[in-house]
Design a protein around this ligand. Sequence first.
Ligand SMILES: [Zn+2]
Ligand SMILES: [Zn+2]
Length: 121
Amino acid sequence: MAWYWWIFIFFMMGGFGGLANMGRQALATRHERQMERQKLLRKERQAIEAANKPPEPICGCTHHLAKHDKAGKCHESVEQPTAWDENKKPVRFEAGTCNCQQYVGPQPLSQVYADELTDLA
Ligand SMILES: [Zn+2]
Ligand SMILES: [Zn+2]
């Protein structure tokens, strides 16, 4: 075999190496794209889950439904300002209870279901 055959083979090997590299690169970008797609799908699913989740039962007085009694009165203790400075910023507080009279926030889903079930029975 002539010596230049060896050079030819050497370049062929190099060429194949390059091809393999290109292939690996293509696979890598495809993998990246798949990851991107999966991330998008996951985000979508999270958005759907968030949409299906009942809203936090927070009253207009900013307190949780659990802080309200059956009559709807809020029992959360709050700090009521008793003195203000010249900028109308409260400087002294007094412990008091929230004067909310009625819970106005969203009802938790479980409660709605329970009501429907008792209606059927
Ligand atoms: Zn309250
Ligand atoms: Zn309230």
